[in-house]
Design a protein around this ligand. Structure first.
Ligand code: DNO
Length: 394
């Protein structure tokens, strides 16, 4: 497995030299400065690649080549947006890029209600509280019908919290939820978010699936020609949020996507943390089921509560059996090697990490601290080395 590290380029406080010291070999990044829907120029891709390579890394995965919201909504004439997307793909392929991660979550990317939840022995983590999210939906943005998405207990706790919440508590909550907006550079206040949700009204699960299928039909044939492999990132969390449907949340969804356009270029970013937040998902089993279509992995762990809340655990703690998952991935790599496949090595990155030690002072993107990820990477590297040793010793 290839050790990757997500780097936000000029928007990142962590330098390539620090990443080198963390031990990662390959960089996962995107042209974050380019607005959604516009072409990524080949010269800019080349400059980014050169910068990464001069620091002694390879740029292995693009995360993400974002999909314009109009494509997700199936809104109007999309031909120019698809043409631009294909042009960006051609420019990336011309610079030697091979793997592209993307998601099909409407409006929000990832969602948390707390960016600094305390961890027992020190440090903080990202947390999703179902009750806090219910408070946001029911009492702050007052979304009609929101009560249907929450249990009575969620709603009772939401009310109790909201009644005593200070303006600063409300501000902290909206900041946490807004941090997951795409690119993480856009922000809405309560009114702005209510407005942003309007164009999605009436968009059901089947509509979103139809729009997704159209995207795959427009893009995957070009990906095949260019030798690019696309890996869809699962919904985070894998549940409907703000009344927006989610269609990449479990094995059934993934099966539907891979069947919608059957091609080696139409694959999966296996994100253990996103899938692992739904108690019905058995992550190692999902990895096994779709192994040959896994083009990239995000390895992290979550601890779930019975009320639908979860928080990000250390990489080897939490509810997902990480050695079991990694063993599936190593087995798949072996299978590919025997088949002589060119893409036998799967890139993984330590996804997210606790804020530890000096991390909070550095001011990195939520979930992407230096020390926390370095710890996660080291733990994962240990599991991989141990499993590989077991295989060669057996
Ligand atoms: C959150 C990430 C997501 C993910 C994108 C992929 O930390 O896992 O932002 O990268 O959704 O498109």
């Amino acid at each position: 497995m290839i050790e990757g590290w997500r780097w936000y380029g000029d928007y990142d406080r962590i330098t390539l030299s620090e990443i080198a010291q963390a031990g990662a070999r390959s960089i996962v990044t995107a042209l974050h400065q380019i607005p959604y829907g516009e072409v990524w120029p080949q010269t800019t891709i080349a400059a980014t690649r050169n910068r990464i390579e001069s620091a002694g890394f390879e740029w292995t995965v693009v995360e993400s080549l974002p999909i314009h919201e109009r494509i997700k909504r199936g809104d109007g004439d999309l031909s120019a947006l698809f043409a631009n997307y294909r042009q960006s793909m051609a420019n990336l392929a011309a610079e030697g890029l091979k793997v592209i991660c993307y998601n099909f979550m409407p409006l929000l990317d990832w969602t948390r209600t707390d960016l600094t939840a305390p961890v027992a022995r020190g440090g903080t983590c990202l947390r999703f509280s179902a009750a806090r999210m219910a408070a946001f939906e029911l009492f702050m943005i007052k979304r009609p019908g929101a009560e249907r998405d929450y249990t009575e207990q969620n709603i009772r706790e939401a009310k109790a919290w909201y009644e005593i919440a200070t303006p600063a508590d409300l501000e902290t909550l909206i900041t946490a939820i807004m941090s997951g907006l795409p690119g993480a550079f856009e922000r809405y206040d309560v009114e702005g978010l209510q407005e942003a949700l309007c164009p999605y009204q009436g968009l059901g699960r089947n509509d979103l699936r139809a729009n997704y299928k159209r995207f795959l039909e427009e893009i995957i044939p070009t990906a095949e020609e260019l030798g690019l492999r696309f890996g869809v990132h699962p919904d985070d969390p894998p549940r409907d949020i703000l009344g927006l449907p989610r269609i990449v949340s479990n094995a059934e969804d993934i099966g539907w996507i891979l069947d919608a356009v059957d091609s080696p270029s139409n694959g999966l970013t296996l994100c253990s943390g996103s899938l692992g937040a739904n108690p019905a998902n058995d992550v190692p089993a999902i990895a096994e089921q779709f192994a040959d279509k896994i083009h990239f992995t995000h390895l992290r762990n979550v601890s779930k509560d019975p009320d639908g809340s979860f928080e990000e655990a250390a990489h080897l703690s939490g509810d997902t059996n990480m050695p079991a998952l990694i063993s599936v991935l190593l087995g798949e790599e072996n299978r590919r090697r025997q088949e002589g496949r060119a893409d036998c090595d799967i890139v993984f990155r330590p996804d997210h990490g606790h804020e530890l030690l000096q991390d909070a002072e550095i001011g990195t993107h939520p979930g992407y601290p230096l020390a926390g990820r370095m710890r996660g990477l080291a733990e994962l590297r240990g599991v991989i080395a141990g499993l590989n040793f077991g295989v060669s010793a057996a």
